[in-house]
Structures are given as C-alpha cells and as structure tokens.
Design a protein around this ligand. Structure first.
Ligand SMILES: Nc1ncnc2c1ncn2[C@@H]1O[C@H](COP(=O)(O)OP(=O)(O)OP(=O)(O)O)[C@@H](O)[C@H]1O
Ligand SMILES: [Mg+2]
Length: 258
C-alpha cells in the first residue's frame, strides 16, 4: 500500500460499508496552486474543506468569487489533485465500497467517471465534427446501452432542453453560448450517474431553460443522485438545494519561491 493509499484508508475506513447512503466523502481537502511561470507564486484556493454527501442530497456551494467553489468540484472529479486531504466516492464494485480519487490510478479515475461521477462544466469543450446527438448519446453507449435506445434518450433530453431538432445533426462548435451549455448539460445528465458535480450549468441560460435545468436537477436528486452544485442565481439555488456549504477564500499569503 502506498503512503497516499494508507492515509486514505485511515481517513475513510469502513464508512462506506457502514453507511450505505453515503456517496461522497471529502476530508480536509486543501489545494494550493504554484504558478511556475510567474516566479513560483503560490495561491491557496482551498484550505481544509470536509464534506459528506448522501444519496438524494443536493449540496449547493456558496461563497464569493474566488472562494474555491470550482476548484473543489474539480478536485472531487479528479481533474485537480488535492494538495492535502482525501476524497472518496462510493463504488459498490469493490470490497471497501469506495475508491479514493485522491490516490487513484488513471484507469480507476476513468472507471469512476464512466460509472459513478458525472461533471457538467460551465462551458462545453467542443469536440470538432461530432454531431450533437452523438455527443449526447455517447455516455450511454460507453455504459453499454444499445445505440437505438441511446439515440432515442439523447433526442428526448435535447428536446426537453429546447435544443432545436435542426441542430442535432450538427457539431456544436457554431452554436450560441446557451445552446452549447444545454448540449453540455444533456451530455452530463443523460447517463444518470449516482454522483453529479455541476459548475454553474445555468449561467448562460434564459429563465425558461433555467427552469428546465432546475427540474432535471430535482429529478436526479429524487432518483437518488448525490449532487454538489454551483448555481449563480438564488432562484435556482432555492429550488434545488437540500443543503448549502459556504466556502470562504483562505487567508492567502502569496509568497514567491526563490
Ligand atoms: N488552474 C489554476 N491555476 C492557478 N490558480 C487557480 C487555478 N484555478 C483556480 N485558481 C485560483 O484559485 C482561486 C479559487 O478559484 P475558483 O475558480 O475555484 O473560484 P470560484 O469560487 O469558483 O469563483 P467564481 O465564483 O468566480 O467562479 C482563485 O484565486 C483562482 O485564481
Ligand atoms: Mg467558479
């Protein structure tokens, strides 16, 4: 067992076995960025955040701009490696019933992203030339759903999100910001992952589409998903949140390393 794994094992222990509704546990997560290209300046983005999320909960992250909300979501998704602390996600496929994403190998992270955790970023990272319907169906195909069913479910979700049918056969590169964001949401929600991380999914949507997204988030919660989300408008927060977690910018000492 490596140093990181043994730390994680100590922090998480039998929790996931003893608590069958626990989906995500973060203990003492810190993140410091070092700007190597800028004199080694260090930025403390997170300072010891702990969080448990159970099935059916939607924890909304609140706090001022720069408080570390997006950084925390990226750490939970394994995009950023936490500088300290442990993050574990339920994975019923293994004996301990969890995998610590903070100590995971690349193939374990990919497995978690396929089967356990979905992430909707604020902006769609456009994959050139792939038609919208295929992009949205793809997470279902990779989980073994047959193609006709995957395409049918993708079409239904795009229609619900008011993405016009004439756009479904086109790649989203030329779409408006709001259209791209709705494609992104469809792609992130379609596979009904048991854990969902949502980073301002409604930021460039009009009121009608914001309501559609809020309804989709509530439906995901009601089917038992554990959700951690950032929502820029109070209206959506009030609709979807079961609980709020306030993040504050750490007391930053910005020091250059010479
Ligand atoms: N990749 C990175 N490299 C260096 N610093 C970063 C990086 N990502 C975030 N930061 C810094 O970490 C801090 C927290 O940023 P983060 O994006 O998590 O804030 P936020 O709470 O999501 O803010 P907002 O509400 O504006 O989206 C900021 O000071 C930011 O400059
Ligand atoms: Mg952010």
């Amino acid at each position: 067992m490596s140093f990181t794994e043994s730390n994680a094992a100590r922090a998480i222990g039998r929790t996931f076995v003893d608590n069958p509704t626990l989906m995500l546990r973060a203990v003492g997560v810190a993140k410091t960025f070092t700007l190597h290209g800028q004199g080694g300046v260090q930025i403390d983005a997170l300072d010891g955040v702990s969080l448990d999320v159970q099935r059916g909960e939607c924890v909304v992250l609140v706090g001022p701009s720069g408080a570390g909300k997006s950084t925390l979501l990226r750490c939970l998704y394994g995009n950023y490696l936490a500088s300290a602390g442990t993050i574990a996600l339920r994975d019923d496929g293994c004996d301990a019933q969890h995998v610590a994403i903070t100590g995971a190998q690349a193939h374990e992270v990919l497995h978690l992203r396929r089967s356990v955790v979905g992430y909707v970023s604020q902006f769609l990272r456009v994959i050139p030339r792939v038609p919208t319907l295929t992009l949205v169906a793809e997470p279902l195909l990779s989980r073994g759903v047959a193609e006709p069913e995957a395409r049918e479910r993708a079409a239904a979700l795009l229609a619900r999100l008011n993405v016009p049918e004439r756009l479904w056969s086109l790649a989203p590169a030329t779409f408006s910001g709001g259209e791209q964001q709705r494609v992104n949401i469809a792609r992130g929600l379609i596979a009904e992952h048991p854990v969902l991380l949502l980073d301002e999914p409604t930021a460039s949507l009009d009121a009608e589409n914001r309501d559609v997204v809020a309804d989709l988030v509530i439906e995901a919660r009601e089917r038992g998903a554990a959700i951690v989300g950032i929502f820029h408008d109070e209206d959506t927060r009030a609709k979807v949140a079961t609980r709020r977690l306030e993040l504050r910018p750490p007391l930053r000492h910005t020091a250059a390393i010479h």
